[in-house]
Design a protein around this ligand. Structure first.
Ligand code: KG4
Ligand code: ZN
Length: 354
Protein backbone atom coordinates (compact mmCIF):
# COMPACT_ATOMS: atom_id res chain seq x y z
CA UNK A 1 0.00 0.00 0.00
CA UNK A 2 1.23 3.54 -0.65
CA UNK A 3 1.56 5.79 2.37
CA UNK A 4 -1.77 5.83 4.27
CA UNK A 5 -4.02 8.88 4.07
CA UNK A 6 -5.27 9.60 7.59
CA UNK A 7 -7.52 12.20 9.17
CA UNK A 8 -6.76 12.83 12.86
CA UNK A 9 -9.01 14.51 15.42
CA UNK A 10 -7.77 16.05 18.68
CA UNK A 11 -10.09 17.41 21.37
CA UNK A 12 -8.46 16.54 24.71
CA UNK A 13 -8.25 20.09 26.11
CA UNK A 14 -9.05 23.50 24.65
CA UNK A 15 -7.97 23.02 21.04
CA UNK A 16 -10.18 21.40 18.43
CA UNK A 17 -7.60 20.08 15.99
CA UNK A 18 -8.07 18.24 12.73
CA UNK A 19 -5.04 17.14 10.72
CA UNK A 20 -4.65 15.18 7.53
CA UNK A 21 -1.43 13.37 6.62
CA UNK A 22 -0.19 10.98 4.01
CA UNK A 23 2.34 8.86 5.92
CA UNK A 24 4.77 11.41 7.34
CA UNK A 25 3.64 14.17 5.00
CA UNK A 26 1.45 16.94 6.39
CA UNK A 27 -1.47 17.93 4.16
CA UNK A 28 -3.65 19.94 6.55
CA UNK A 29 -3.55 21.08 10.17
CA UNK A 30 -6.57 23.11 11.22
CA UNK A 31 -6.90 24.23 14.83
CA UNK A 32 -9.82 26.07 16.46
CA UNK A 33 -8.86 27.19 19.96
CA UNK A 34 -11.26 28.11 22.75
CA UNK A 35 -8.44 29.66 24.80
CA UNK A 36 -10.01 33.13 24.62
CA UNK A 37 -13.09 31.83 26.40
CA UNK A 38 -10.99 30.57 29.31
CA UNK A 39 -8.81 33.63 29.84
CA UNK A 40 -11.08 35.34 32.34
CA UNK A 41 -11.17 32.15 34.45
CA UNK A 42 -7.36 31.84 34.46
CA UNK A 43 -7.49 28.23 33.26
CA UNK A 44 -9.46 25.80 31.12
CA UNK A 45 -13.08 25.37 32.21
CA UNK A 46 -14.06 21.84 31.12
CA UNK A 47 -17.71 22.57 30.31
CA UNK A 48 -16.78 25.62 28.28
CA UNK A 49 -14.16 23.60 26.40
CA UNK A 50 -16.64 20.79 25.62
CA UNK A 51 -19.21 23.21 24.25
CA UNK A 52 -16.58 24.94 22.12
CA UNK A 53 -15.48 21.56 20.70
CA UNK A 54 -19.09 20.80 19.80
CA UNK A 55 -19.37 24.04 17.89
CA UNK A 56 -15.98 23.79 16.21
CA UNK A 57 -15.68 20.13 15.32
CA UNK A 58 -17.66 19.94 12.07
CA UNK A 59 -16.36 23.21 10.55
CA UNK A 60 -12.79 22.25 11.50
CA UNK A 61 -13.11 18.83 9.82
CA UNK A 62 -14.55 20.53 6.73
CA UNK A 63 -11.71 23.07 6.65
CA UNK A 64 -9.07 20.35 6.93
CA UNK A 65 -10.60 18.31 4.08
CA UNK A 66 -10.73 21.42 1.94
CA UNK A 67 -7.14 22.47 2.71
CA UNK A 68 -5.85 18.98 1.94
CA UNK A 69 -8.13 18.73 -1.09
CA UNK A 70 -9.29 15.33 0.08
CA UNK A 71 -12.72 13.62 0.10
CA UNK A 72 -13.76 11.49 3.04
CA UNK A 73 -13.97 8.52 0.66
CA UNK A 74 -10.24 8.72 -0.11
CA UNK A 75 -9.13 8.30 3.52
CA UNK A 76 -7.53 5.03 4.59
CA UNK A 77 -8.45 5.52 8.25
CA UNK A 78 -9.52 7.97 10.92
CA UNK A 79 -7.59 8.53 14.14
CA UNK A 80 -8.80 10.29 17.26
CA UNK A 81 -7.41 11.12 20.70
CA UNK A 82 -8.79 8.49 23.11
CA UNK A 83 -7.01 10.07 26.11
CA UNK A 84 -5.58 11.36 28.34
CA UNK A 85 -7.43 14.65 28.72
CA UNK A 86 -10.67 16.22 29.90
CA UNK A 87 -13.45 13.65 29.77
CA UNK A 88 -16.17 15.89 28.31
CA UNK A 89 -13.76 17.30 25.74
CA UNK A 90 -12.45 13.90 24.63
CA UNK A 91 -15.99 12.59 24.22
CA UNK A 92 -16.80 15.21 21.56
CA UNK A 93 -13.87 14.27 19.31
CA UNK A 94 -14.47 10.56 19.82
CA UNK A 95 -18.18 10.83 18.99
CA UNK A 96 -17.37 12.77 15.82
CA UNK A 97 -14.70 10.26 14.81
CA UNK A 98 -16.99 7.29 15.42
CA UNK A 99 -19.76 8.92 13.39
CA UNK A 100 -17.33 9.54 10.52
CA UNK A 101 -16.00 6.00 10.70
CA UNK A 102 -19.49 4.51 10.70
CA UNK A 103 -20.72 6.73 7.88
CA UNK A 104 -17.70 6.05 5.66
CA UNK A 105 -16.87 2.48 6.68
CA UNK A 106 -13.27 3.53 7.41
CA UNK A 107 -11.27 1.94 10.24
CA UNK A 108 -10.95 3.98 13.42
CA UNK A 109 -7.85 4.23 15.64
CA UNK A 110 -8.26 5.59 19.17
CA UNK A 111 -4.78 6.86 20.00
CA UNK A 112 -2.82 8.34 22.88
CA UNK A 113 -2.46 12.13 23.01
CA UNK A 114 0.99 11.93 24.64
CA UNK A 115 2.30 9.52 22.00
CA UNK A 116 0.92 12.01 19.46
CA UNK A 117 3.13 14.77 20.91
CA UNK A 118 6.09 12.46 20.23
CA UNK A 119 4.94 11.25 16.80
CA UNK A 120 4.37 14.75 15.42
CA UNK A 121 8.12 15.15 15.02
CA UNK A 122 8.07 12.55 12.20
CA UNK A 123 6.33 15.13 10.01
CA UNK A 124 9.41 17.33 9.97
CA UNK A 125 12.31 15.04 10.74
CA UNK A 126 11.32 11.63 9.39
CA UNK A 127 11.65 8.22 11.05
CA UNK A 128 12.93 8.20 14.61
CA UNK A 129 16.12 6.22 15.33
CA UNK A 130 15.81 3.77 18.22
CA UNK A 131 16.09 3.98 21.05
CA UNK A 132 15.35 7.66 21.35
CA UNK A 133 14.48 9.74 24.39
CA UNK A 134 11.53 12.08 24.36
CA UNK A 135 11.03 14.97 26.75
CA UNK A 136 7.31 15.51 26.93
CA UNK A 137 6.39 18.84 28.47
CA UNK A 138 2.80 20.02 28.36
CA UNK A 139 0.17 21.63 30.54
CA UNK A 140 -0.93 18.32 32.01
CA UNK A 141 2.18 16.14 31.75
CA UNK A 142 5.91 16.30 32.16
CA UNK A 143 7.87 13.13 31.58
CA UNK A 144 10.92 11.51 30.11
CA UNK A 145 10.18 8.66 27.77
CA UNK A 146 12.21 5.93 26.18
CA UNK A 147 10.74 5.55 22.72
CA UNK A 148 11.43 2.12 21.24
CA UNK A 149 8.62 2.45 18.72
CA UNK A 150 6.27 5.41 18.68
CA UNK A 151 3.29 3.27 17.64
CA UNK A 152 3.80 0.37 19.98
CA UNK A 153 6.41 0.82 22.67
CA UNK A 154 6.92 3.93 24.78
CA UNK A 155 8.24 3.54 28.30
CA UNK A 156 8.03 6.28 30.89
CA UNK A 157 11.33 6.50 32.74
CA UNK A 158 10.47 9.57 34.80
CA UNK A 159 7.68 12.07 35.40
CA UNK A 160 6.71 15.02 37.52
CA UNK A 161 5.78 14.14 41.07
CA UNK A 162 3.58 17.26 41.41
CA UNK A 163 2.93 20.02 38.85
CA UNK A 164 3.58 19.70 35.12
CA UNK A 165 6.01 22.22 33.60
CA UNK A 166 3.23 24.01 31.70
CA UNK A 167 1.13 24.09 34.84
CA UNK A 168 4.04 25.77 36.67
CA UNK A 169 4.23 28.40 33.91
CA UNK A 170 0.48 28.96 34.12
CA UNK A 171 0.46 29.24 37.94
CA UNK A 172 3.47 31.55 38.09
CA UNK A 173 1.95 33.77 35.38
CA UNK A 174 -1.19 33.97 37.44
CA UNK A 175 0.60 35.00 40.62
CA UNK A 176 2.47 37.65 38.62
CA UNK A 177 -0.88 38.98 37.38
CA UNK A 178 -0.23 37.83 33.79
CA UNK A 179 -2.83 36.27 31.53
CA UNK A 180 -3.57 32.65 30.73
CA UNK A 181 -1.98 30.58 29.25
CA UNK A 182 1.13 31.65 31.10
CA UNK A 183 3.78 29.83 29.08
CA UNK A 184 3.84 32.03 26.00
CA UNK A 185 3.44 35.19 28.12
CA UNK A 186 6.37 34.40 30.42
CA UNK A 187 8.43 33.32 27.42
CA UNK A 188 7.79 36.71 25.81
CA UNK A 189 8.36 38.84 28.90
CA UNK A 190 11.58 37.02 29.81
CA UNK A 191 12.71 37.82 26.29
CA UNK A 192 11.91 41.51 26.55
CA UNK A 193 8.98 41.16 24.14
CA UNK A 194 11.23 41.63 21.13
CA UNK A 195 13.40 44.33 22.74
CA UNK A 196 16.75 42.84 23.86
CA UNK A 197 17.25 45.82 26.22
CA UNK A 198 14.09 44.83 28.11
CA UNK A 199 14.97 41.14 28.40
CA UNK A 200 15.11 39.72 31.92
CA UNK A 201 18.29 38.49 33.57
CA UNK A 202 18.00 34.71 34.07
CA UNK A 203 20.62 34.89 36.83
CA UNK A 204 18.90 37.72 38.73
CA UNK A 205 17.24 35.39 41.23
CA UNK A 206 18.42 31.88 41.98
CA UNK A 207 15.19 29.88 42.20
CA UNK A 208 15.34 26.23 43.32
CA UNK A 209 15.90 23.37 40.86
CA UNK A 210 13.55 20.59 41.98
CA UNK A 211 14.85 17.04 42.51
CA UNK A 212 18.42 17.82 41.54
CA UNK A 213 20.10 17.47 44.94
CA UNK A 214 22.35 14.43 45.30
CA UNK A 215 19.97 12.75 47.74
CA UNK A 216 16.99 13.21 45.36
CA UNK A 217 18.87 11.83 42.39
CA UNK A 218 19.01 8.39 43.99
CA UNK A 219 15.26 7.85 43.82
CA UNK A 220 14.20 10.55 41.39
CA UNK A 221 16.98 10.82 38.82
CA UNK A 222 14.54 11.26 35.92
CA UNK A 223 11.62 12.74 37.83
CA UNK A 224 10.63 16.39 38.11
CA UNK A 225 9.07 18.63 40.73
CA UNK A 226 7.89 22.16 40.07
CA UNK A 227 5.62 22.98 42.99
CA UNK A 228 8.51 24.10 45.23
CA UNK A 229 9.67 26.44 42.48
CA UNK A 230 6.19 27.95 42.16
CA UNK A 231 6.09 28.50 45.94
CA UNK A 232 9.56 30.05 45.88
CA UNK A 233 8.45 32.56 43.23
CA UNK A 234 5.30 33.37 45.23
CA UNK A 235 7.34 33.87 48.38
CA UNK A 236 9.88 36.09 46.63
CA UNK A 237 7.13 38.27 45.18
CA UNK A 238 5.33 38.50 48.56
CA UNK A 239 8.48 39.63 50.35
CA UNK A 240 9.13 42.33 47.75
CA UNK A 241 5.56 43.55 48.02
CA UNK A 242 5.72 43.56 51.82
CA UNK A 243 8.80 45.77 51.60
CA UNK A 244 6.98 48.10 49.20
CA UNK A 245 9.34 47.31 46.32
CA UNK A 246 8.51 46.94 42.61
CA UNK A 247 8.44 43.52 41.03
CA UNK A 248 11.02 43.35 38.23
CA UNK A 249 8.76 41.26 36.00
CA UNK A 250 11.25 40.43 33.26
CA UNK A 251 13.89 39.30 35.78
CA UNK A 252 11.40 37.15 37.71
CA UNK A 253 10.08 35.63 34.48
CA UNK A 254 13.57 34.93 33.13
CA UNK A 255 14.84 33.52 36.44
CA UNK A 256 11.80 31.27 36.85
CA UNK A 257 12.10 30.13 33.25
CA UNK A 258 15.79 29.40 33.71
CA UNK A 259 15.06 27.16 36.70
CA UNK A 260 12.47 25.18 34.68
CA UNK A 261 14.58 24.88 31.54
CA UNK A 262 17.80 24.10 33.41
CA UNK A 263 16.23 21.08 35.12
CA UNK A 264 14.32 19.86 32.05
CA UNK A 265 17.37 19.98 29.83
CA UNK A 266 19.83 18.55 32.37
CA UNK A 267 17.61 15.55 33.08
CA UNK A 268 16.79 14.96 29.41
CA UNK A 269 20.48 14.90 28.46
CA UNK A 270 21.27 12.66 31.44
CA UNK A 271 18.52 10.24 30.29
CA UNK A 272 20.02 10.07 26.78
CA UNK A 273 23.44 9.34 28.16
CA UNK A 274 22.23 6.75 30.60
CA UNK A 275 20.20 4.90 27.91
CA UNK A 276 22.81 5.31 25.18
CA UNK A 277 20.33 7.21 23.03
CA UNK A 278 21.78 9.59 20.43
CA UNK A 279 18.48 11.25 19.60
CA UNK A 280 16.46 13.49 21.86
CA UNK A 281 13.04 14.68 20.87
CA UNK A 282 10.90 17.30 22.55
CA UNK A 283 7.12 17.62 22.43
CA UNK A 284 4.15 19.25 24.13
CA UNK A 285 3.24 22.91 24.56
CA UNK A 286 6.29 23.85 26.67
CA UNK A 287 8.54 22.51 23.88
CA UNK A 288 7.55 25.71 22.06
CA UNK A 289 9.49 27.67 24.70
CA UNK A 290 12.31 29.74 23.25
CA UNK A 291 14.74 29.34 26.13
CA UNK A 292 14.17 25.59 26.44
CA UNK A 293 14.85 25.13 22.74
CA UNK A 294 18.11 27.11 22.89
CA UNK A 295 19.42 25.61 26.14
CA UNK A 296 18.68 22.05 24.99
CA UNK A 297 20.35 22.69 21.65
CA UNK A 298 23.51 23.91 23.40
CA UNK A 299 23.64 21.04 25.85
CA UNK A 300 22.79 18.40 23.24
CA UNK A 301 25.52 19.65 20.95
CA UNK A 302 28.10 19.54 23.73
CA UNK A 303 27.28 15.85 24.26
CA UNK A 304 26.96 14.82 20.61
CA UNK A 305 23.22 14.25 20.92
CA UNK A 306 20.95 15.06 17.97
CA UNK A 307 18.05 17.25 19.06
CA UNK A 308 14.72 17.02 17.24
CA UNK A 309 12.49 20.04 17.82
CA UNK A 310 9.13 20.22 16.08
CA UNK A 311 8.26 23.78 15.06
CA UNK A 312 6.34 25.58 17.86
CA UNK A 313 2.97 25.29 16.07
CA UNK A 314 3.27 21.52 16.15
CA UNK A 315 4.32 21.41 19.84
CA UNK A 316 1.00 22.71 21.14
CA UNK A 317 -2.11 20.54 20.72
CA UNK A 318 -3.16 19.86 17.14
CA UNK A 319 -4.80 17.24 14.94
CA UNK A 320 -1.76 16.51 12.78
CA UNK A 321 -0.04 14.78 15.70
CA UNK A 322 -2.98 12.39 15.99
CA UNK A 323 -3.13 11.81 12.24
CA UNK A 324 0.59 11.01 11.95
CA UNK A 325 0.42 8.62 14.89
CA UNK A 326 -2.59 6.93 13.25
CA UNK A 327 -0.57 6.64 10.02
CA UNK A 328 2.21 4.86 11.91
CA UNK A 329 -0.32 2.36 13.23
CA UNK A 330 -1.85 1.73 9.83
CA UNK A 331 1.62 1.32 8.25
CA UNK A 332 2.49 -1.35 10.80
CA UNK A 333 -0.74 -3.22 10.05
CA UNK A 334 -2.06 -2.80 13.60
CA UNK A 335 -5.76 -3.64 13.98
CA UNK A 336 -8.10 -0.67 14.47
CA UNK A 337 -9.86 0.01 17.77
CA UNK A 338 -13.22 -1.60 18.52
CA UNK A 339 -15.93 0.94 17.69
CA UNK A 340 -17.23 0.92 21.25
CA UNK A 341 -14.01 2.15 22.89
CA UNK A 342 -14.47 4.80 25.55
CA UNK A 343 -12.57 7.99 26.33
CA UNK A 344 -9.91 7.38 28.97
CA UNK A 345 -9.00 10.58 30.82
CA UNK A 346 -5.92 8.93 32.39
CA UNK A 347 -4.72 6.77 29.49
CA UNK A 348 -1.04 5.99 30.22
CA UNK A 349 1.61 6.73 27.59
CA UNK A 350 2.50 3.03 27.59
CA UNK A 351 -0.74 2.44 25.63
CA UNK A 352 -0.39 4.30 22.32
CA UNK A 353 -3.51 2.58 20.88
CA UNK A 354 -6.72 1.56 22.63
O1 KG4 B 1 0.56 20.43 24.88
P1 KG4 B 1 -0.35 21.55 25.23
O2 KG4 B 1 -0.81 22.47 24.11
O3 KG4 B 1 -1.64 21.04 25.96
C1 KG4 B 1 -1.59 19.97 26.88
O4 KG4 B 1 -1.57 18.81 26.40
O5 KG4 B 1 -1.48 20.29 28.08
O6 KG4 B 1 0.41 22.41 26.36
C2 KG4 B 1 -0.15 23.55 26.93
C3 KG4 B 1 0.84 24.15 27.92
C4 KG4 B 1 0.30 25.32 28.72
O7 KG4 B 1 0.59 25.12 30.08
C5 KG4 B 1 1.09 26.52 28.17
O8 KG4 B 1 1.32 27.54 29.13
C6 KG4 B 1 2.39 25.86 27.75
O9 KG4 B 1 2.01 24.60 27.22
N1 KG4 B 1 3.09 26.62 26.73
C7 KG4 B 1 4.32 27.17 26.90
C8 KG4 B 1 4.62 27.87 25.73
N2 KG4 B 1 3.59 27.71 24.85
C9 KG4 B 1 2.66 26.93 25.47
N3 KG4 B 1 5.14 27.14 27.97
C10 KG4 B 1 6.29 27.82 27.88
N4 KG4 B 1 6.65 28.52 26.79
C11 KG4 B 1 5.87 28.59 25.69
N5 KG4 B 1 6.24 29.29 24.63
ZN1 ZN C 1 -1.04 18.19 24.65
Amino acid sequence: MSEPLILGIESSCDETGVGIVRGNQLLANEVASSVEEHVRFGGVVPEVASRAHLEAIVPTIERALKTADVDLGQLDAIAVTAGPGLMGALVVGIAAAKALALATGKPLYGVNHLAGHVAVDLLEHGPLPQPAVALLVSGGHTSLLRVDDVATKIIEIGATIDDAAGEAYDKVARLLGLSYPGGPVIDRIANGDGDPQAAGDPTAIRFPRGLTAQKDLVKHRFDFSFSGLKTAVARWVELRQRDGLDIPLADVAASFQEAVCDVLSAKAIDACQSLGAEDLLIGGGVAANGRLRVLLAERAEERGIRLRRPRPGLCTDNGAMIAVLGAQMVSRGLPPSALDFAADSTLPVSRPLV
